[in-house]
Design a protein around this ligand. Structure first.
Ligand SMILES: [Zn+2]
Length: 352
């Protein structure tokens, strides 16, 4: 069977763990002989078996046919972590042909798995559907290469380009998108390890930042509130989910882990360094205008997702404008949803 086709299936399987694998990468494995798939597996979560182990378990104890091909989107591991090395398992089980999308940049692996396979005569084809595989694992790869989380900016704007309506009628989220789009936004939340808002957004909108409408993992709630604008009784401080507060001064009576940031200078580096130190590979920035602008103009960012609703606000806070065209766009109910990439080529944007 065509290795490209098998790799496509690997990536499909890998994405089953989009809300659970992090901080580990998304990995799928397929064992095939001729035109037939013999077994499949994927890595579900940290501490659970790797994709290759799942796949060979699904295959069973019988001998692996000599002409069988095992496809896996990430280089098999060569180090003793929580599980024995997968490269050794493949060799022990008699796998003779392996297709891999790309090497594992993780310093403990980094080519050693491929070397070990080739050293005993296993035929390794490297680079199969590499661009699509790198896109699938952009969070993991960015985190390893850049020492910071992969950053997704997200905002919703009215049809006339405002983030919110002025004057406000009390505290609370101003609805822009339709319920169908809300489900999508919550799926996005489930796929990132942390979600960040500024203190003023907490003061104005009082968002819960919890996962609703979909099943999946609740991300870490992160609030950057150097000036102490967010009231102690806000929903983000209700203790219903892990919360991290970056604050200028220690706050009493808030249900959150606190990290103090210097009163002057750029606090984003402290935020990104702290999250990286906690193993957070991806961050969804949900507002407000000042924080989004900070990322867009000064801080790093990787991806922006912009929802344009059908309502007209007339006056309010202007939504940010992006200089680059969208790489993807579609319509969900009455909302238009656009994806923008910072720096990456459109060819990398294979799938969402
Ligand atoms: Zn492994």
């Amino acid at each position: 069977m065509d290795p490209e086709l098998l790799m496509e299936r690997c990536l499909e399987l890998a994405r089953n763990a989009a809300s659970s694998a992090a901080p580990n990468p998304l990995v799928g494995a397929v064992l095939a002989q001729g035109g037939r798939i013999l077994a499949e597996g994927w890595h579900h979560a940290a501490g659970l078996p790797h994709a290759e182990v799942e796949c060979l378990r699904a295959f069973g104890d019988g001998p692996v046919p000599a002409d069988a091909l095992l496809a896996v989107n990430l280089e098999p591991c060569a180090h003793h972590g929580r599980t024995p090395p997968c490269a050794d398992l493949l060799i022990a089980r008699g796998v003779r042909r392996v297709a891999i999308a790309h090497a594992d940049p993780f310093p403990l692996v980094a080519g050693r798995g491929i070397d070990r396979l080739r050293a005993v005569g296993v035929v390794v084809e490297l680079g199969v559907r590499e661009a699509e595989a790198r896109w699938t694992n952009r969070r993991f790869l960015t985190s390893i290469a850049k020492g910071r989380p992969y950053i997704v900016l997200k905002w919703a704007r009215s049809a006339d380009g405002f983030l919110d309506r002025h004057p406000r009628e009390g505290r609370g989220v101003q609805r822009i998108s339709t319920p169908a789009t809300d489900v999508l936004v919550h799926r996005w939340r489930s796929e990132e390890q942390a979600v960040l808002v500024g203190g003023r957004t907490v003061a104005n909108d009082d968002p819960a930042l919890t996962l609703r409408h979909v099943s999946g993992r609740q991300p870490l709630r992160v609030v950057l509130d150097r000036s102490g604008a967010a009231p102690s009784g806000s929903k983000v401080f209700d203790g219903s989910a892990p919360t991290l507060l970056f604050t200028g001064n220690h706050r009493v009576g808030v249900n959150a882990e606190q990290v103090q940031v210097p009163p002057t200078g750029d606090p984003l580096q402290v935020v990104l360094d702290t999250l990286h130190g906690k193993g957070v590979r991806s961050l969804l920035v949900e507002g407000g205008a000042e924080l989004l602008g900070h990322f867009l103009h000064r801080g790093p960012w990787d991806e922006a997702r912009v929802i344009t609703g059908s309502a007209l606000f007339g006056a309010g806070t202007r939504a940010p404008l992006l200089p680059m065209p969208a790489v993807r766009a579609f319509t969900s109910a009455q909302d238009r949803i656009e994806f923008h990439l910072n720096g990456a080529t459109t060819e990398d944007a294979w799938c969402w």
